[in-house]
Design a protein around this ligand. Structure first.
Ligand code: EPU
Length: 424
């Protein structure tokens, strides 16, 4: 639980490595057959800790250095030993499916979990394996795949990030060019391509197709990758600054990855200066209303939709966010209403009217990004402190969040400590 008082975000913040780039990096190392996988700029967050537990379940060992470098040692892999309980804590572990299939010719995963933000099936991951010609068996516990690649094409019905990562990973043993139709283009997917390019795999991308040529793939003993900056962490601080009318410099970020986010914030009226690897933002008291479509990259990221919902409460008129990735991603809306937010849900549209949030409200965090949005809500709420139950969820994906946001001036405290401060 935390207590938050109205505050303005000001100062500088360093962005950590991208949590969601870690999973495909591990997948690349496993699929390439490496005995040692070194990954730098790894954020110390809970979802990655869980991934490392999964690695050890399948026979790997790991060490984590203070400077955010993680080394994974993989010799013999036994995917059958992954247990449902650990696996269902996260979503990213699903890349084990394609990676292990490539490495040892057979694979098994229980059904994955992750944030409760709507239905999250893995039918497209399974379809990819089947279309390549692998035998796939589904049971109530999980999915097993084995055999060899017989075909050359995967066609996705929808764009899926980890599905595309899995499709790439499971294609690596092909003796032919593989075509993936309707692939996802998120920076984390493109990074996976870059990791593999370093080891002989070639890619050709068109608007709706990705061709993979793995015929010259190397099998290095050791691989080294560096994670890209976390665009969602950066976006959270940008939107948080805008919402509080603050002024911050977001450092160690790739502005290219946040193009649409920057454009939308500018359209609303925030002033933004873009550097090579930093973004400076100056917020306003209120904003022009926006119409935003949250969809696959390069569209606005669904992982920033809850945070933007809060900021748009400070618009001069009605704003709309159309959520096309997870149409049921509305956990935050119900909590924001408790704070006085005037927000309607109509199908996959979130309709946001100008509202003043009132403090002294007890809200409950239910998933990672809605937790971040509730923190921003607490920062703009008037009066008494806002209380967020289950705030700990933030640790799944934001490294040292409390420390970073406090350094920017947020008046946020855990549990009873804050009460004693208030009474001083
Ligand atoms: N979908 C299916 N079948 C599938 C796969 C996906 O119907 O087999 C649907 C999903 O239900 C969803 C849509 O397709 O409606 C897109 O899902 P996608 O597969 O792209 O999501 P993901 O790979 O499970 C990753 C991130 C999420 C992020 C989404 C969308 C990781 C580990 N997770 O999930 O990150 O929201 O892409 O960009 O990379 C987060 O970090 O908080 C987070 C939830």
């Amino acid at each position: 639980m935390v207590y938050i008082l109205k505050s303005i975000l000001e100062g500088e913040v360093q962005i950590s490595g991208a949590k969601n780039a870690f999973f495909p990096a591990v997948g690349a190392g496993i699929a390439l057959g490496a005995k040692k996988i070194v990954i730098r700029n790894v954020p110390k967050v809970r979802d990655i800790q869980v991934m490392l537990e999964i690695i050890s379940k399948i026979g790997g060992e790991y060490s984590v250095r203070d400077d955010n470098e993680v080394s994974i040692y993989m010799e013999k892999i036994t995917p059958e030993r992954i247990d449902q309980e650990t696996f269902s804590k996260i979503r990213g572990g699903v890349v084990i499916f394609g990676a292990v299939l490539s490495r040892i010719g057979r694979s098994y995963i229980p059904f994955p979990g992750g944030c409760k933000i709507g239905k999250r099936p893995i039918d497209q991951h399974i379809k990819a394996a089947r279309e390549l010609g692998f035998s796939v068996e589904e049971s109530p516990e999980g999915v097993k795949a084995y055999g060899e690649i017989k075909n050359k094409k995967i066609s996705f019905d929808i764009k899926t990030v980890t599905g595309t990562e899995n499709a790439i990973l499971m294609s690596l043993k092909s003796k032919n060019l593989i075509e993936i139709e309707n692939h996802a283009k998120e920076p984390e997917v493109r990074e996976l391509m870059k990791y593999l390019e370093k080891h002989g795999v070639r890619f050709l991308e068109t608007e709706d197709k990705l061709f993979i040529d793995p015929r010259n793939v190397e099998t290095p003993d050791e691989v080294e990758f560096e994670l890209i900056p976390d665009r969602i962490e950066a976006g959270t601080f940008l939107i948080g600054t805008a919402a509080t009318g603050g002024n911050t410099k977001i450092k160690n970020v790739n502005p290219e990855h946040l193009k649409i986010v920057i454009e939308k914030l500018q359209e609303a009226g925030a002033r933004i200066k873009i550097g090579k690897d930093e973004i400076e933002i100056e917020g306003e008291k209120e904003y022009d209303p926006l119409y935003v479509i949250a969809d696959s990259y390069p569209d606005f990221p669904t992982d920033l939709q809850p945070q933007l919902t809060v900021m748009l409460l400070k618009s001069k008129g009605k704003s709309v966010i159309e959520e096309r990735v997870f149409p049921e991603r509305t956990n935050h809306v119900y909590e924001l209403r408790k704070m006085g937010a005037d927000i309607e849900i109509s199908g996959n549209k979130i309709i946001i009217y100008p509202s003043r949030l009132k403090g002294g409200t007890f809200v409950e965090a239910k998933d990672l990004r809605s937790t971040a949005s509730l923190v921003i809500a607490g920062l703009i709420a008037d009066g008494e402190p806002t209380l967020i139950k289950n705030f700990e969820i933030i640790e799944r994906g934001y490294e040292r969040f409390l420390e970073k946001i406090r350094k920017l001036g947020a008046n946020i405290q855990r549990d009873s400590f804050f009460i004693s401060q208030l009474t001083m």
